[in-house]
Design a protein. Structure first.
Length: 317
């Protein structure tokens, strides 16, 4: 009597049971594995049953023989006898060092130490709930993040414009007043009184000098640089601003970023406001505004220590 391949019946039972024992040979075991992603290969795998083999479980539990007997419409004893012959052929083949392949289940390979290495097939998924689901490869999606990075950078770092080259050397003498202010800030504002007195005297003696001094102060950004390397800003201050001394928090290319900065500063308790748009098209935001220059310098000192080292003072006429 010729039966269907024993491997075919084992395969059918593995879809229904977690353990199928082949008497005098070993047991095929399955356990459920959740869906997973192989990030290196960009491959998605559905839920499945992982198949393994245990050569220690050889006691006949009747499952395989009974199933074959019912499928072949024959007796239990006849199937048991035929299965024993099949197992002997498998064992003989393995002892001779040959590989044993069970279709849709896996392959066995003997080692020099007399042990068996079982390699389950990857083409068969014994989990019935995953029927029709197969693995697939998906290339990684690259998203555009440049705009978000630029906006984040604008919020933290004020724009610094390269100083323009002055062709008229007559303006150089008046830049010393802006340099005095810069050095006073870098040294802890110890030179403030000297600066204030110099500006007052010059205002009395020459009206034109005052105008140039005001322009120089507007153009200076108060960073720790040398006097002759002062970055230049031309600022168009909105007429609604009445106070003369503004502590600048930053300059932004987009108005929306400037509005966002104002909201952040107000949430921290500052009386922040939109100063205006300068010559370079940048929207400037101030922490606060003061009428008294001395008070403005004191507040600037605190802000640079606790809030932003890049804050600077803008004084307008």
């Amino acid at each position: 009597f010729v039966f269907m391949s024993t491997a075919t019946y084992i395969e059918e039972l593995l879809y229904r049971y977690n353990c199928v024992i082949v008497p005098e040979f070993g047991a095929f075991l399955t356990h459920v594995k959740s869906a997973f992603i192989d990030k290196t290969a960009h491959t998605f795998y559905p839920p499945s049953k992982v198949l393994s083999f245990n050569s220690q479980l050889q006691t006949n539990d009747g499952l395989l023989i009974s199933y074959i007997a019912e499928a072949e419409k024959t007796s239990y004893e006849l199937v048991q006898e035929d299965l024993a012959k099949t197992v002997k052929e498998w064992s003989k083949k393995l002892k001779n060092g040959e590989a044993l392949v069970l279709q849709n289940i896996g392959s066995f390979k003997p080692t020099k130490e007399g042990k068996l290495i079982f390699q389950p097939t990857k083409q068969t998924n014994f989990l019935t709930s995953s029927f029709g689901l197969s693995s697939f490869v998906s290339t990684p999606i690259l998203r555009e993040v440049l705009k978000e990075e630029v906006e984040a950078l604008e919020e933290k770092v004020p724009f610094i414009i390269t100083p323009e080259v002055r062709k008229n050397n007559e303006m150089r003498p008046y830049l010393k007043y802006a340099a005095i202010v810069l050095l006073a800030l870098s040294a802890g504002f110890t030179g403030y009184r000297t600066y204030n007195q110099a500006v007052t005297n010059e205002m009395v003696s020459q009206e034109k000098a005052q105008e140039i001094i005001s322009n120089s102060i507007q153009e200076a950004t108060f960073f720790d640089t040398k006097p002759m390397e002062l970055p230049v800003f031309h600022v168009d201050v909105t007429k609604k601003v009445k106070k003369s001394h503004h502590i600048i928090a930053g300059a932004f290319r987009e108005r929306s970023n400037a509005d966002r900065k104002i909201k952040q500063l107000r949430n921290k308790g500052f009386d922040a406001f939109y100063v205006g748009q300068n010559k370079f098209g940048l929207f400037q935001v101030a922490f606060d505004s003061f009428e008294d220059p001395k008070q403005a310098l004191e507040v600037l000192k605190q802000i640079r220590l606790t809030e932003s080292r890049d804050a600077w003072l803008l004084s307008v006429k």
